[in-house]
Design a protein around this ligand. Structure first.
Ligand code: CUA
Length: 247
């Protein structure tokens, strides 16, 4: 069923749960689609004018319709109570603590993803809208001591494998949507709000950040890259970036 739906590879710890729920919902929808479709065709034939020259004002009597309706409601309640609500509770309510997670700021803009790492001190340097320029899209104040070891990138998000990632997502201009399909992560980026998103990447590789909200003429090219690598490779990459940016 999963392959039938054409799902992308799983690359986060919660991906299988999300997929399981999607499959169940599709099964329910498939049964309802076939059910309604067959019923519609049956009604067209059964109540055709030729067989019913005179309208019957009392209508059809029978208990099947009611039982089917109750069955559909029960199936939907099960999906809500046992899948959707628990998934919401763990994905959206329970965040990893800032000390155990890799914390990254992601700031969307037309039409790029700005990534900001706090560096070894764990503190994000000050950003100021007055400092925003073509080569400093985040407006990072390099004179702030907390900014000394910060690393910023454009459209390139590197993360170590098997560690919780906590992304603080915001936007500089319009509403964008941060989509990591292989991690089963999607969250709108809204100007004026900072929205936390978390996941645990569990498969090394190259993935894509997709903007999933029509955000302007360049929406189609608002695409970033995610590299999930070993902790050692991540540290090496980070040090290289830091050296490069401190020049
Ligand atoms: Cu940003 Cu579409």
């Amino acid at each position: 069923m999963l392959n039938l739906l054409g799902m992308p590879a799983d690359a986060s710890t919660h991906a299988a749960d999300i997929d399981h729920m999607i499959v169940l919902i599709h099964w329910l929808m498939a049964v309802m689609f076939v059910g309604w479709g067959s019923f519609f065709i049956y009604v067209l034939v059964r109540f055709r004018k030729g067989a019913n020259p005179k309208a019957d004002y009392t209508g059809a009597k029978g208990k099947i319709a009611k039982s089917i309706e109750i069955a559909v409601v029960v199936a939907e309640v099960i999906l809500l109570l046992f899948y959707a609500i628990p998934a919401w509770a763990t994905r959206v309510a329970a965040f990893p603590s800032e000390n155990e997670a890799v914390v990254v700021h992601v700031v969307a803009e037309q039409f790029a993803w700005n990534i900001h790492y706090p560096g070894p001190d764990g503190k994000f340097g000050r950003t100021d809208i007055k400092l925003v320029s073509a080569d400093n899209p985040l407006g990072l104040d390099r004179s702030d001591p907390a900014a000394k070891d910060d690393v910023t990138t454009i459209n390139q998000l590197n993360l170590p494998v098997d560690r919780p990632v906590l992304i603080q997502l915001s936007s500089k201009d319009v509403i964008h949507s941060f989509g990591l399909y292989e991690m089963r992560v999607k969250q709108d980026a809204i100007p004026g709000m900072t929205i936390p998103v978390w996941f645990v990447p569990n498969r090394q590789g190259e993935y894509e950040i997709t903007c999933s909200q029509l955000c302007g003429l360049g929406h189609f090219r608002m695409r970033g890259f995610v590299t999930i690598q070993s902790q050692a490779d991540f540290t090496r990459w980070f040090d290289e970036q830091l050296k490069e940016q401190q020049k």
